[in-house]
Write a new protein. Structure first.
Length: 381
């Protein structure tokens, strides 16, 4: 066999291997992830609390290992669950109020357009009379046409669609309620599994290592190191950045409300949305704050527009300063790859795919950099 043929053969083998791995990952995340999630998450949480458990075992000379395992699990649940329930209740309340606010604004659409018309005419008042007359007539006719055409039936909202929407909503609520028992069972099983995984962690890891080939004995240790040193570190870092951005937005919106240039009761839900949006590659907080500032300027609320621009500038400056310090040496995944991961994850696996696929890509990148796998060549190679 010639070297050229051997190279082609090796390429086809590698291509087949990669295709098989991607196919198995797709099948797993598409059909098995939710089925196995109680056990996967339980094992993941058990790994996290091993360090404090070992410290407690050392202090008590392994005499209360089972007791410490149970206490740590329930302590972790209480620390996470209580604040989470409180935040979710507040978040849902804000969403309901925000939807009501949007409906109220929509019902007052003619007044909104009248205010917009007045502000647009004020903006072009500096133009020569002939130009002003022509342009103002065009603006008045356009806005009058929009107001006259603003008929809910013309955008597909009528008695039939309202009835259909209500029926769909009732069906959706029924579907959620119907799945509540299954969710409760899954949570209970997950907690019990978490206790067992925590208590017998060393034995489980030892058993898995015995099943691996000799050359793969350290695979679990390497996976744990990759997650603890890269993936988990980055998740914690960006969660902290999101929290800082949320605090900046909340303080900024509160100040704007206090000085009277903003009148908004939904600053916290808006801050959460923008903080999440700020983490997305390319988009950033400017994708919401700058258009909002532009709309405020057109509507005549110059103070709010300036305030939003100032908030965006502060967030950008602080983000540029804190991100390198908090994140440190990131995994170096190109923003385009991350963006593609978000898109394909959403299309293939739904909302959770937006997190699953990018994290999977980062994991592959980490293993590729360590040399455990070799799926592509880096520029530094």
């Amino acid at each position: 066999m010639t070297p050229k043929t051997e190279k082609r053969r090796a390429f086809l083998i590698n291509l087949t291997f990669i295709a098989a791995v991607l196919g198995l990952l797709y099948i797993f995340f598409k059909y098995l992830f939710w089925l196995t999630s109680p056990f996967l998450l339980s094992f993941f949480f058990a790994v996290i609390i091993q360090k404090p458990l070992r410290w407690l075992d050392k202090k008590t000379k392994n005499k209360c290992h089972t007791l410490w395992s149970i206490l740590l699990v329930f302590l972790s649940i209480s620390i996470v669950l209580v604040p989470l329930i409180f935040l979710l209740s507040k978040f849902i309340s804000q969403i309901v109020n925000f939807i009501n606010y949007l409906i109220e604004q929509l019902s007052d659409f003619p007044q909104f357009m009248a205010n917009l018309q007045a502000e647009l005419l004020k903006l072009i008042s500096f133009l020569p009379d002939s130009v002003y007359d022509s342009l103002s007539e065009s603006i008045i006719n356009t806005i009058s046409g929009l107001v006259n055409d603003f008929d809910l039936s013309k955008i597909g909202i009528n008695a039939g669609t309202v009835t259909s929407t209500i029926s769909s909503g009732v069906s959706g609520v029924y579907s959620v309620v119907k799945n509540v028992p299954s969710a409760i069972i899954a949570i209970v099983i997950g907690i019990v599994a978490w206790i067992f995984f925590t208590k017998d962690y060393n034995r489980i890891v030892k058993f898995i290592r015995l099943q691996l080939p000799d050359g793969k004995k350290n695979l679990l240790v390497e996976i744990k190191q990759v997650f603890s040193k890269t993936i988990l570190k980055m998740i914690r870092a960006y969660a902290l950045i999101m929290f800082i951005t949320f605090c900046e937005l909340s303080i900024g919106f509160t100040v704007l409300n206090l000085i009277g240039v903003m009148n908004n009761s939904y600053i916290y839900i808006i801050a959460i949305v923008i903080a999440v949006f700020d983490i997305l590659p390319i988009a950033g907080s400017g994708g919401i704050l700058l258009p909002w500032a532009l709309i405020s300027l057109i509507s005549g609320n110059v103070g709010q527009a300036i305030g939003l621009i100032v908030i965006y500038a502060v967030i950008s400056v602080i983000r540029q300063y804190i991100e390198p310090k908090i994140v440190g040496n990131s995994l170096g995944v190109n923003p385009i790859i991350t963006l593609a991961g978000l898109y394909f994850g959403l299309k293939l696996f739904g909302f959770m795919g937006m997190f699953i696929v990018p994290i999977s890509v980062m994991t592959l990148k980490a293993f590729n950099d360590t040399g455990r796998i070799k799926l592509w060549k880096n520029l530094e190679d």
